[in-house]
Design a protein around this ligand. Structure first.
Ligand code: COA
Length: 258
């Protein structure tokens, strides 16, 4: 178990809290490993009827740890990349997944919401997918799921410009169910999760597998991973990661497409 992922089980709900607040809940390889373990555990443990994910600190998550991206780009990444197991577990999960999002949800913080079944936002929630700012490509099957959900032009804008979408737009675009006052977000998410947990789990699981084709999602994830890995070691990505580490804006103007 990773100390930066907290898990608590009560009334049929396994609550997962991203808890690396000093780094804005940026997700590390080890955190992905724990998240994957928990989603896999929920699939096998009949006592877990609903998963609820939330974040500690002032934002939901800043997405993948950029320092770890940089290490991978330099060939110094971990031997086993747990993110892939996490993404597959999300694609295959038949346990209803509720998310409570406050502040920013960056990159995979937003794309994981496309795998959630009920999304509650605080009024300050901002969804952003700045893959192009890091010279990367979308992941988590979001290159398929986001255009499907919000239409091509909005998805392109989110991916290419990486600017935050506020809670009202996210709601209007079908990325969330409801906006709820910040001081009630956790309690309300728990109330909804516990309500879903009272419904017949077998029926809900069958419903989820009918509503989401896991094989299609995994095939899309695999093709995204191929391009993602290629992009990670590009000159563009090296510039983006150096800029992040040096706290400056990246300059892509002198790097050609090939
Ligand atoms: N990976 C690693 N560290 C991160 C991080 C990330 N994705 N996001 C934030 N951090 C770290 C910062 O480096 C900083 O560490 P330091 O205190 O040791 O310098 C700390 O978290 C606080 O971040 P800071 O940028 O000062 O907070 P902020 O409130 O000004 O901004 C964000 C918050 C999320 C807007 C900003 O941190 C950000 O843009 N992060 C990168 C997001 C990103 O590109 N993710 C990958 C998407 S594919």
């Amino acid at each position: 178990m990773n100390a930066e992922i907290l898990a608590e089980q009560a009334n049929g709900v396994l609550t997962i809290t991203l808890s690396r607040a000093d780094k804005k809940n940026a997700l590390t390889n080890s955190m992905y490993g724990t998240l994957a373990d928990l989603i896999e555990r929920a699939e096998a443990d009949r006592a877990i009827r609903v998963l609820l994910v939330q974040g500690d600190g002032d934002i939901f998550t800043a997405g993948n740890d950029v320092g770890e991206f940089a290490a991978i780009a330099m060939g110094k990444g971990p031997e086993e990349r747990h993110v892939h197991r996490f993404l597959r577990a999300l694609a295959k999960s038949t346990v209803p997944l509720v998310a409570a999002v406050h502040g920013k949800a960056v990159g995979i913080g937003t794309t994981m919401l496309l795998h959630c079944d009920y999304v509650l936002l605080a009024p300050d929630a901002q969804l952003m997918t700045p893959f192009a700012n890091l010279a990367l490509v979308p992941e988590a099957a979001s290159s398929y799921l986001l255009p499907l959900r919000v239409g091509h032009v909005r998805a392109f804008e989110m991916f290419a410009l990486g600017e935050p979408i506020d809670a009202n737009s996210a709601l209007a675009w079908g990325l969330a169910n409801r906006i709820c006052a910040s001081d009630q977000l956790r309690a309300e998410a728990r109330r909804i999760a516990e309500k879903i947990a009272t419904r017949p789990a077998g029926s809900l699981g069958a419903m989820k597998s009918l509503m989401r084709n896991a094989q299609t999602l995994i095939a899309k994830m695999d093709s995204e991973t191929e391009k993602f890995e290629e992009r990670l070691s590009s000159a563009e990505a090296r510039e983006a990661f150096s800029a992040f580490a040096e706290k400056r804006k990246p300059d892509f103007s002198r790097i050609s497409a090939h």
